[in-house]
Design a protein around this ligand. Sequence first.
Ligand SMILES: Nc1nc2c(ncn2[C@@H]2O[C@H](COP(=O)(O)OP(=O)(O)OP(=O)(O)O)[C@@H](O)[C@H]2O)c(=O)[nH]1
Ligand SMILES: [Mg+2]
Length: 293
Amino acid sequence: MALKDLFRGGFQGRLTALFTSGKNKEEVLGELEELLLLSDIALPVVERLVAAVAAGARSNDPRAEFFALLRRELLALFPAQPRRPLEGSDKSVLLLVGVNGSGKTTTAAKLASYYDQRGRRVLMAAADTFRAAGSTQLSLWGEKLGIPVIGGDRGADPGSVVFNAMQSWRSGDRDLLVIDTAGRMQTKANLMLELEKITRIIARIAPGQPAETWLVLDASTGQNALVQADKFKEFSGINGLVLAKLDGTAKGGTVVSIAAGMQLPVLFVGHGESAGDLWEFAAADFVDSLLER
Ligand SMILES: Nc1nc2c(ncn2[C@@H]2O[C@H](COP(=O)(O)OP(=O)(O)OP(=O)(O)O)[C@@H](O)[C@H]2O)c(=O)[nH]1
Ligand SMILES: [Mg+2]
């Protein structure tokens, strides 16, 4: 599967047909709006896009001009992403957060494998002690990938798991610590308190860490992913997004809505249940695949 396959159903083809149909500008814009909505881009974002294209189109017979305008406007919706994260070999901590079931544990394993393959010495921590199998699930991944996992029993204090993992990461030869957290607590307030406690423990042992805190969103829920994200508004320090389960949607427009709505860089995209089902995300490549003719 490739990134552009997310736009099955002939999005690119229909766009080309529309832009070369010989219809007048008003008709093209009306149909463009419809096409973008059908690809699951949120209405306010679609309205912004269409207005910008309308304002930019000089001739009444836009064709090629429309592709260039749409490309520019789509790209402008994505926040700048200066570099690929966690490259190099600095000792770093990556904390993954997200609502329950969003794909955190699977994503932790995928990312651990991704960085392991790039020469980093990875350690994983299973700070989800809320769920019965929370720690076991990550340990199984660890065995499969040959990556060590520090966990705790069900009901153990996630803070103590993180403390142990941090000690081991600091004193050992592992340079990247990937921490998986629980997505469910009795209440949202408890979840936020727990995540804050975890980040405090990390920062106390290693000031400046976690270098990266990524919110894992279930992209197969479409625009509902923005509702999931809302839960984490109060939790500061999130500096990137991972969109899991993008294979569960044929509508890549979800990515556009989330990136535009959150104003956080989308760093990786998950597209399956295996360790290798992870794409690096780059907005320009994505927009090109969306508009590919
Ligand atoms: N198709 C598909 N399934 C995925 C992907 N990522 C995760 N899953 C599946 O989604 C389900 C939930 O994934 P988990 O990784 O356990 O999610 P979680 O956020 O850790 O869940 P909790 O720990 O319960 O909060 C599992 O069945 C995964 O195999 C993906 O990119 N594509
Ligand atoms: Mg989990």
